[in-house]
Design a protein around this ligand. Structure first.
Ligand code: NDP
Ligand code: 8X3
Length: 252
């Protein structure tokens, strides 16, 4: 029987690349995100290309009610999840703390921390019932380090780092693997979302150096997910060659 992966935030960037990679490897997939039309188009592409089964579920991960209802509604045979990729996340704004926007802070905290927790609680419960599973959390270099004006986004990713360690401890007796992947700059829709649709400003973030691609992270996540049963990669930091830490990028 094919294995199942649930990937949150599969409508763009790293999540979408993970969907392609896991489908290529023969996984059936549950893909989530708010943009249903993108989920449906991706499901059709993957189904045709790789002949795998795809379930899509559209919900706002910030809403506890939507998360619980949407996951609960999945048919029972889709609830034996082998891999959960906790990928949905975002940044909003890049301002010093005195100029930060309360709504942006709520959005980042509700998405990156609380949304990840809602999904993890439900899916880890299913994994415990089935006696196996692997949770892969998308942290960031921003969860290891802090950069100017990154304040709240960095705090949310530090929280993911802590939750990754906490989940690893809590799920250890159940044989469930837990991993955090911490990328540096990856060119996706991330900066466009951070700068609220300002494409020019977003493009500048990746000028003068070669950023990571979503596919680089997807292949790394696949490597982590495909280790033998006795091997767990707890924590992995992956950077563009031109980036040393959160705030030092060598630009030509
Ligand atoms: P993208 O903006 O390209 O993709 C983000 C995904 O998250 C989308 O599929 C989006 O779906 C989903 N998402 C955002 N908010 C919500 C929400 N409220 N409910 C449900 N889904 C949501 O960004 P990336 O692919 O770059 O980011 C993926 C993860 O990687 C994030 O956790 C990010 O913090 C992390 N990361 C990114 C780095 C980078 O440089 N790009 C570096 C380090 C970490 P939709 O809008 O359809 O809901
Ligand atoms: C996304 C990368 O450097 O913008 O987590 O925080 S960064």
């Amino acid at each position: 029987m094919a294995k199942i992966a649930l990937i949150t935030g599969a409508t763009a960037g790293i999540g979408e690349a993970c969907a392609h990679t896991f489908a290529r490897e023969g996984y059936n997939l549950i893909l989530t995100g708010r943009r249903m039309e993108r989920l449906e188009a991706l499901a059709q592409t993957l189904n045709e290309k790789y002949n795998v089964e795809i379930a899509v579920s559209s919900f706002d991960i910030r809403s506890r009610q939507q998360v619980v209802k949407s996951l609960d509604e999945l048919p029972d045979n889709w609830k034996k999840i082998d891999v959960l990729v906790n990928n949905a996340g975002l940044s909003q704004g890049l301002d010093p703390v005195d100029k930060g926007n309360f709504d942006d802070w709520d959005t980042m905290i509700d998405t990156n921390i609380k949304g990840l927790l809602y999904v993890s609680k439900i899916v880890s419960g299913w994994m415990i019932t089935h006696g196996s599973g692997h949770i892969i959390n998308l942290g960031s270099i921003a969860g290891k380090d802090v950069y100017t004006n990154g304040n709240v986004y960095c705090a949310t990713k530090h929280a993911v780092d802590a939750l990754n360690k906490g989940m690893r401890l809590d799920l250890l007796p159940h044989g469930i693997k837990v991993t955090a992947i911490h990328p540096g700059a990856v060119e996706t829709e991330f900066s466009e979302v951070r700068f609220k649709g300002d494409k020019e400003r977003a493009k500048k973030v990746y000028e003068g150096f070669e950023p990571l691609l979503a596919q680089d992270i997807a292949e790394t996540i696949w490597f982590v997910a495909s280790r033998p049963a006795h091997v767990n990669i707890n924590d992995l930091l992956i950077m563009p060659t031109a980036q040393a830490n959160a705030s030092t990028i060598f630009r030509k």
